[in-house]
Design a protein around this ligand. Structure first.
Ligand code: C5P
Length: 439
């Protein structure tokens, strides 16, 4: 999502650098607006390098694009950390004497101010009144932390730790997401810069993913029943393999977690490491190991939803009395959903998580409806729908896919890209769509 991060002139400005990093790692687009005086504490180059966006402090730069109004209007959330006593006073008075205060005035986005100042200044009648007025206007003013201040003094006035501020930012973004009526609280917090409802995605440009790590799961899983039998599925692994090759061609370092595949991936592939797994539990462990360092996680594997509740150490035998064995199944962990959950609670993880849905549809629901529901249930950023049947998709080289984004990213909340073609063409569209989240 889009965040404006205002920084006013306090020594705690250095902590906002870490806050910015946390926001960026979660995939948010952040425009930093320092006050001119704050540049004495942290320089513009630092903000530009970490945000990857141009930074100005003056209302008079970028006049042609009406920057002071645009940034505030486009933001989903405005955060000011640290907010000094002076900034609180200017915000309360509705002053517009620099780009930050002008943006605060022009923005209708939810606003979080995080004060930092000496205890005496925080407790002063002026600041107390300013905070009260700002709060009555619906602006959230966080309570400062109590602790060591810049000098020898201690007391309330310390900037809360960046992780604490970021936790509140995450909560607010989820509320904003939900309030927009798009998505459930499960919808993801990260968003691409560009909406995808403008026609088919092009192939990712070469080098677009240079320096990025992409983790892809592919193929099917096998859930053992006894030493010679298993429950498996018909996934060929071709789509996952095409995704790995496409991501590597775009410059990424790819880690392919491969289940059972029709064609075993070659051991040596440029920029692709392959890890073989068999069961859903092994896949879960492999994803948990690889996901924290990934920029992109693509869950193309057909993971078993159920596995035998008990494993028979000896081969299950036919019995003389002709009784058929009863096999009890249990649910496997939903690896995709739990990875999304973990990203949300930890505040870090892949900038984009892509799920797949292989749907046959039913008399009651069409596959697109089922896929939309799945996207919201799982909370991933993109969902690729494959319509499957006995003769469709599995093992074939041709495919038809729909790439869905959470409804808030589209005009009407519907499917975004529909593509019929080879699995390599599908892979290019999927990687291009996902690359939009990796800024
Ligand atoms: O719920 P369903 O199996 O239809 O969801 C498909 C998506 O969820 C795929 O991206 C698949 O890799 C992932 N999945 C998972 N863990 C499971 C089942 C599916 O991560 N146990």
């Amino acid at each position: 999502m889009r965040i404006v991060l205002g920084v006013s002139a306090g020594i705690a400005a250095y902590k906002a650098v870490h806050l910015l990093r946390l926001m960026r790692e979660a995939g948010h687009q952040v425009d930093v607006i320092p006050t001119p005086a704050s540049e004495k504490f942290v320089g513009r180059a630092t903000w530009e390098a970490i945000s990857g966006r141009p930074v100005t402090t003056s209302v008079f730069s970028g006049v042609d694009e009406v920057r002071h109004v645009r940034l505030g209007q486009e933001a989903d959330l405005v955060v000011v950390a640290p907010a000094t006593a002076d900034l609180l006073a200017r915000a309360r008075a509705g002053m517009a004497d620099d780009l930050l205060t002008t943006t605060l005035l022009a923005s209708e986005a939810p606003t979080l101010l995080v004060p930092a100042m000496h205890t005496e200044m925080w407790n002063s009648a002026a600041t107390t009144e300013n905070v009260e007025v700002l709060r009555t206007r619906g602006i959230e003013v966080m309570e400062p932390a109590v602790g060591r201040l810049t000098g020898k003094d201690t007391g309330p006035g310390r900037l809360p730790e960046p992780e604490e501020i970021y936790a509140r930012v995450t909560e607010l973004l989820h509320e904003i997401d939900g309030a927009a009526g798009h998505g459930t609280p499960e919808a993801s917090a990260s968003a691409p810069d560009q909406a995808l409802d403008q026609g088919p995605a092009a192939a990712p440009t070469p080098g677009r993913l240079r320096g990025r790590t992409v983790v892809i799961t592919a193929g099917g899983t096998r859930e053992p029943l006894d030493p010679v039998r298993y429950l498996g599925n018909r996934s060929s692994g071709k789509q996952g393999m095409a995704l790995a090759e496409t991501a590597a061609a775009a410059g990424a370092k790819v880690h392919l977690i491969a289940g059972t595949m029709d064609v075993r991936p070659p051991a040596q592939l440029p920029n692709i490491t392959v890890e073989h797994i068999e069961t859903a539990a092994q896949l879960q462990a492999a994803v948990q190991r690889a996901a924290p360092a990934a920029d992109m996680l693509i869950m193309a594997a057909a993971v078993a939803d159920f596995r035998p509740a008990a494993y028979a150490a000896q081969k299950i035998k036919k019995t003389e009395d002709g009784e058929n064995p009863v096999i009890t199944l249990e649910r496997t962990p939903d690896i995709l959903a739990e990875t999304v959950q973990h990203r949300r609670s930890a505040g870090t993880g892949p900038a984009v998580i892509v799920g797949f849905a292989a749907e046959t549809g039913s008399a009651e629901a069409d596959p697109l409806e089922l896929a939309r529901a799945k996207l919201l249930r799982k909370g991933c950023d993109l969902l690729v729908l494959n319509q499957v049947g006995e003769t469709l998709v599995f093992g074939r080289d041709e495919t038809e896919i729909h790439i869905l984004t959470p409804p808030r990213l589209t005009v009407e909340g519907s499917a975004v890209v529909t593509l019929r073609g080879t699995k390599h063409e599908a892979a290019e569209a999927i990687i291009a769509a996902a690359a939009a989240y990796v800024v």
